[in-house]
Design a protein around this ligand. Structure first.
Ligand code: GLC
Ligand code: CA
Length: 558
């Protein structure tokens, strides 16, 4: 990393993602809300996080849990009022914290007025906000499969046309080629930034650029359709839209923007997150997508500790001289990281802390997803009827079609279900985990008596206390420069189930984790000065050889 790179206000921050519907319910209707978030700001400040990213809380039919927006200028009454939102912004400011909202502009909701007007007059102004094609009997405009299953085209109600939706049919794609639509998006972003937001997380943004002219691609499943990726791979020129958006919005406010970017082309990273990139940062999904299969979730393969290490180091190397990635263990679209990245049967407080330290000390902006700091785990689904998430329901169908029994299909999709992350936050061992006094909209994970915030706050050895120490270390005046700006050098890279790396700037730190249940020894190349963090109460070191207990992780100053 070039030392002369401009320092930005967000480089040394720690971010925390809130899924409002499941965070804290203030009025007993079973749905988390903005007043609920406000009442937990002290909890978040105590943890030490700075930037809060809220998943969508705009008016929405919630077909895709808020990622289908029907009014970009409002707050859904289930989540509160605009006054609540303004109060949240001012309360966070008082605590030197920042709010990011979710910018969902690849598509809107089919209940947005633009879409309704397009249905009324498809040849008029609003018809140009969407991708419309004349309907032909027995033939789709293209054979693209939407992310949530089935064709990406549906009938435009009341007309003889069809519209494109790369996600759910209640999420019609917005036509970014139309400059008027782009103006509407920029106006909305600036309106929110004027309200005092610090920036945005930008949803599904890679999808805004389609390959023209639209055409069919080779089918990749028996349904005769092809993955949307086939088209996206051919799309070029997204940079024109993204740089225009940056210049017209984020840049004018010095806002923080983090893109949900999958599969950017290898040489494009500098355009995305370089010195004058489209975004401040993009998420690193290299670990997230590992093991995925084109066939569906049922065919995915688990990730091993060695795979995890390789994925992290690949991303680190790729971004090192270019910019800052945002590092995650999980988010609202993924299973719980501790259930996914820790080998089966080994999920315990020590292994959770190991995963936390290995991820948190990477170069980049750490993002914590609500409940991750407690080591929240995947939930249990007793039947497919327990599932809310549209993508799990689709993957269940795919698994059945592939010949799995209903039990096996449920088992397969349970591992990847987005609902794992969406169960209510476990605040206490009380009824409904202290999330609500009513009936939670989604079942609470039954393990809440064992895993909850109240018990962990009081326990200096809890997973949450460990996260708190990691955050404090990142902010420590003596180590901050190294942790934020230092280089990352892998160490003992070929050692099985060992993940270790140096962070080097004015100081040298060694992060070293034994990613297995058996002990393992390492001979250090130089003596260490200080132990900055240890997830065990002992450290076995003799003549420069450190013997790490199962899942022991150390942060050493060399
Ligand atoms: C993003 C969101 C996901 C949503 C999708 C469509 O991937 O994170 O939750 O379903 O975009 O908006
Ligand atoms: Ca509520």
């Amino acid at each position: 990393m070039a030392e002369n790179r401009t320092k930005k206000w967000w480089h040394d921050k720690v971010a925390y993602q809130i899924y409002p519907k499941s965070f804290y319910d203030s009025n007993g209707d079973g749905i988390g809300d903005i007043p609920g978030i406000i009442s937990k700001l002290d909890y978040l400040q105590d943890l030490g996080v700075d930037i809060l990213w809220l998943s969508p809380c705009y008016p929405s039919p919630l077909a895709d849990e808020g990622y289908d927006i029907s009014d970009y200028y409002g707050i859904d009454p289930r989540f509160g009022t605009m006054e609540d939102m303004e109060r949240l912004i001012s309360e966070t400011k008082k605590r030197n914290m920042y709010i990011l909202m979710d910018l969902v502009v690849n598509h809107c909701s089919d209940e947005h007025e633009w879409f309704k007007k397009a249905c009324e007059d498809p040849d008029g102004k609003y018809g140009e906000y969407f991708y419309l094609r004349d309907k032909k009997e027995g033939e789709l405009p293209t054979n693209w499969r939407s992310y949530f299953g089935g064709p990406a085209w549906d009938d435009l109600p009341g007309t003889d046309k069809q519209y494109l939706h790369v996600f759910h049919k209640k999420q019609p794609d917005l036509k970014w080629e139309n400059p008027e639509l782009r103006e509407e998006v920029y106006k909305n972003i600036n309106w929110w930034l004027d309200k005092g937001l610090a920036g945005f997380r930008i949803d599904a943004i890679i999808n805004i650029k389609k390959a023209h002219p639209f055409r069919n691609y080779a089918p990749d499943r028996e349904d005769g359709l092809c993955s949307i990726q086939a088209m996206l791979k051919e799309a070029t020129g997204i940079g024109e839209f993204l740089s225009e958006m940056r210049d017209r919005t984020f840049k004018r406010y010095d806002a923080f923007s983090v893109g949900e970017v999958f599969n950017e082309k290898p040489d494009e990273l500098p355009d995305f997150i370089g010195e004058d990139g489209y975004f401040s940062s993009i998420f690193d999904f290299n670990e997230t997508i590992f093991g995925g299969s084109d066939k569906g979730w049922y065919d995915a393969k688990p990730i091993t500790p060695d795979d995890y290490k390789r994925c992290c180091f690949e991303s680190q190397a790729k971004a090192a001289d270019i910019g800052f990635l945002s590092n995650i263990i999980e988010n609202h679209d993924e299973p719980r990281g501790v259930s996914h990245y820790i080998p089966e049967g080994d999920c315990c407080p020590e292994s959770k802390k190991l995963l936390a330290a290995l991820n948190f000390m990477l170069r980049g902006i750490p993002f914590i997803y609500q409940g991750q700091e407690l080591g929240m785990e995947n939930t249990v689904f007793s039947s497919i009827g327990d599932v809310d998430d549209i993508s799990t329901l689709e993957e269940y169908k795919v698994a059945l079609n592939a010949g799995l029994s209903p039990e096996d299909a449920l088992k397969a999709v349970s591992k990847y279900s987005r609902d794992n992350a969406r169960t209510p936050m476990q605040w206490s061992g009380g009824e409904h985990a202290g999330f609500t006094t009513g009936t939670p909209w989604l079942k609470v994970n039954p393990n809440y008596p064992r895993i909850n915030a109240a018990s962990q706050i009081a326990d200096p050895d809890s997973v949450r206390s460990f996260y708190k120490k990691l955050i404090a270390l990142r902010k420590h005046p003596e180590y901050k420069e190294t942790i934020v700006y230092g280089t990352l050098e892998p160490a003992w890279e070929d050692r099985h189930n060992l993940m270790a790396y140096y962070r080097k700037a004015d100081r040298t730190l060694l992060v070293i984790g034994n990613y297995q249940r058996e002990a393992q020894s390492v001979t250090l190349t130089a003596p260490f000065r200080r132990v900055l963090l240890n997830n065990q109460c002992s450290l076995d070191e003799k003549n420069g050889t450190v013997t790490l207990l199962g899942y022991q992780v150390l942060i050493l100053e060399m």
